[in-house]
Design a protein around this ligand. Structure first.
Ligand code: LLP
Length: 439
């Protein structure tokens, strides 16, 4: 069994995280429940920052809040001194409510609306990552109208394919994101931006994919971008002060995954950028990164109560839990794999293989196939590991199932940071229909 962060099995044979017994958590807050190991998140944040410091490179580590965005999480990110990547008005609003310093916010998105751009300008975010010509012209227009300058990065697609699931590839040429580096679009965007008085181009951004296990893609992307920057240095006297290499560092979900230590990705990237800038005679830019999954993925564990079972003789045994694709869409959407244990019987030997089903009215609502477990009974607590990234943030209300609460655990105590959704919450936006004939 692989345990993450502060997780241990305590003397009662229960899974304990952050010094808190998860069985007690399930009793106190109910299930399903997302539990976050705060110490793990803090350690990750510090390790990323320290790697840059140790290598003497100016940097910003921007937490990609799409992985898990709530007021408490943003407050934690602020406490650790990171920057923040937001990708919508909603994520920006969360950051603002959490009183995150706006100059450390980077605003992303491939189709930011006019009102989202205005919101970003109102709050004077640190930089806007411009994705396409429509946005470039719109932003320039808005800035001119308001007589306001804004710092921008241009998002480019360097034509690199990262080795990961197709759905989450974003760096290859055939992508909805960014200006193409090869076909002249990035250059056209740059020339427009540097001639515009209101747009202050800090540099370039790329994000080549997600859940990546090796550094080749990152290094290749950095090299391609730096070569282009060297060209632009000559042709336009453009000097980039920032090179943002995005996020995408892989984490361990199951024993099949063997990621590098998060810091190793960074070390190798820095080495590459240093070597390449030296070779090309460029100044070393600030290097920015945007880890999402690797900041919070393995810090999150979901606790479920076991409910019904169905034995299909000689085929499989289904064990249903009180959540599913509503709180973790990743297995259904990406065929994502997870490991789990019985939190209240963590020392017991596995006796059988069971498949963990969710409670939604959908055959695809399966969380884990063929999981080795002791023989489980109703009300046992199933702990699914590594649900911290894109679990809560992609949660939904299919079948009108309320979303679970979120609890932070640290140093032996727990704190509720997102309440459980109630049935009332589900109906909060519903209005009654009044037939025309009765109006
Ligand atoms: N920066 C940009 C521009 C991104 O598009 C993303 C993720 C990140 C940073 C953070 O990537 P990370 O470090 O978390 O891999 N819902 C999918 C993941 C989609 C990722 C989208 N972009 C999943 O559940 O696997």
């Amino acid at each position: 069994m692989h345990l993450y962060g502060t997780a241990v099995i305590n003397r009662l044979g229960h899974l304990e995280i952050g010094g808190v017994d998860t069985v007690t958590l399930a009793e106190k807050y109910g299930t399903p429940l997302y539990v976050y190991d705060v110490a793990l998140i803090r350690n990750r944040a510090r390790a990323f920052k320290k790697t840059f410091e140790n290598m003497g490179v100016k940097a910003q580590v921007a937490y990609a809040s799409k992985a898990f965005s709530t007021v408490a999480m943003i407050q934690l990110v602020e406490e650790e001194g990171l920057s923040l990547d937001v990708v919508s008005g909603g994520e920006l609003f969360t950051a603002i409510r959490a009183e995150f310093p706006s100059e450390r916010i980077h605003f992303h998105g491939n189709n930011k609306s006019e009102s989202e751009l205005k919101m970003a300008l109102d709050y004077r975010v640190g930089c806007i990552v411009v994705d396409n010509f429509h946005e470039l012209y719109l932003l320039a227009q808005l800035c001119e109208h308001r007589q306001q300058q804004v710092k921008i990065l241009l998002r480019v697609t360097p034509g690199i394919e990262a080795h990961t699931h197709d759905y989450i590839l974003t760096g290859q040429e055939d992508s909805k994101f960014g200006f193409d580096l090869q076909n002249g679009q990035a250059e056209e965007a740059l020339t427009y931006a540097i001639e515009n008085h209101y747009l202050d181009v800090l540099g370039l951004h790329c994000h080549i994919g997600s859940q990546i296990f090796e550094t080749t893609g990152f290094k290749l992307a950095a090299r391609k971008i730096l070569e282009k920057l060297a060209e632009w240095n000559t042709s336009f006297r453009f000097k980039a002060t920032v090179l943002n290499l995005g996020g995408g560092f892989g984490i361990r979900y199951t024993e099949e995954d063997s990621p590098l230590a998060p810091e190793s990705y960074v070390t190798e990237m820095i080495d590459e950028v240093k070597a390449e800038t030296d070779k090309l005679g460029l100044d070393l830019p600030e290097i920015w990164i945007e880890p999402g999954r690797s900041m919070v993925g393995d810090a999150g564990t979901t606790l479920y109560s076991v409910g019904s079972q169905k034995d299909v003789p000689n085929i499989r045994k289904y064990l249903a839990v009180d959540g599913g694709m509503t709180d973790n869409l990743r297995p259904a959407l990406y065929d994502a794999k997870y490991e789990a244990i019985l939190a209240n019987r963590a020392n017991e030997e596995s006796k059988e293989k069971v498949s963990i089903a969710g409670k939604c009215c959908e055959s695809g609502d399966m969380l884990i196939w063929d999981l080795p477990l002791p023989e489980a009974s109703p009300n046992d607590i199933l702990a699914v590991f590594c649900t911290g990234a894109y679990g809560y943030s992609m949660a939904n209300n299919y079948n009108r199932i309320p979303r679970p609460p979120v609890v932070f655990v640290e140093n032996g105590s727990s704190q509720l940071v997102v309440k459980r959704e109630s049935y009332e919450d589900l109906l909060r936006l519903d209005l009654s229909y009044v037939a025309k004939s009765r109006m």
